[in-house]
Ligand binder design. Sequence first.
Ligand code: GDP
Length: 300
Amino acid sequence: MLDNLTQRLAKVVKTMRGEARLTESNTAEMLREVRLALLEADVALPAVREFIAKVKEKSVGEEVIGSLTPGQALVGVVQRELASLMGADLGPEASQLNFATQPPAIILMAGLQGAGKTTTVGKLAKYLRENTKKKVLTVSADVYRPAAIGQLETVTAQAGADFFPTKTTDKPVDIALAALDYAKRHFHDVLIIDTAGRLGIDEAMMQEISAVHAAVKPIETLFVVDAMLGQDAINTAKAFSDALPLTGIVLTKLDGDSRGGAALSVRHITGKPIKFAGVAEKLDGLEAFDPSRMANRILG
Ligand code: GDP
């Protein structure tokens, strides 16, 4: 079991009791521990560097109040800064979906295959039906994997929402437009569009999802990313963020044993709020994202 950050820093600061402030020199050694803790949590290096630079800027010269040791003071700065980077300063509404549009509000799901998109569509459909009483239609724009369409149909039925069948001979753009037309005529409040995901980033896939985006102009474009992806999350997030104007992130598989460093990497690249966390395979395993809790988890 790894030591948590407080324990690690406690070891470092044993030698520096009595210093009243955080200084360049006593901060440097502690920041090395913070850096290691973040790398162990699988945060990608560029995100670690940016974070350390921020903490350094905030902590040097900060008064140590009362009985706090410099180590405790630094842990405080690290925790606050990490929670802020996770979105704590954005306020609770940052994790809410935007419905301020003429219905149906369209939600486009993007992400690699296996990230949890289809499962998340089912979870969102259930969440929206139960919490907001919205009438939800789902459609799959994945024309390559009939099994994925079947999976969407199943989770949609479990969520008690409506499903628009996909003709795999049609183009993804035409499928999305047909579903939109159907949703308008049947007074659906929300249309959730699931899309094809490849195992890796690929240009054709990006063009295809960009074309769907341009055709239906979704109010929400959610990037679904597996928390277990670790450091690779940064490259995936960059590719999707470059191709699409993302509005939010869904971080899945947080019930796994990853420390969730992917959250920081993805925030670093996209700057978009993490709106939801996937915490189970089953359809009620979706939670509003909690930045402070995530910060504590990353710090171990
Ligand atoms: P897609 O290819 O992006 O549509 O991914 P799927 O929705 O098919 O999910 C891939 C696998 O991850 C499936 O076995 C899901 O049950 C599983 N999965 C998705 N979200 C979660 C989650 O939050 N927790 C866990 N434990 N499993 C998940």
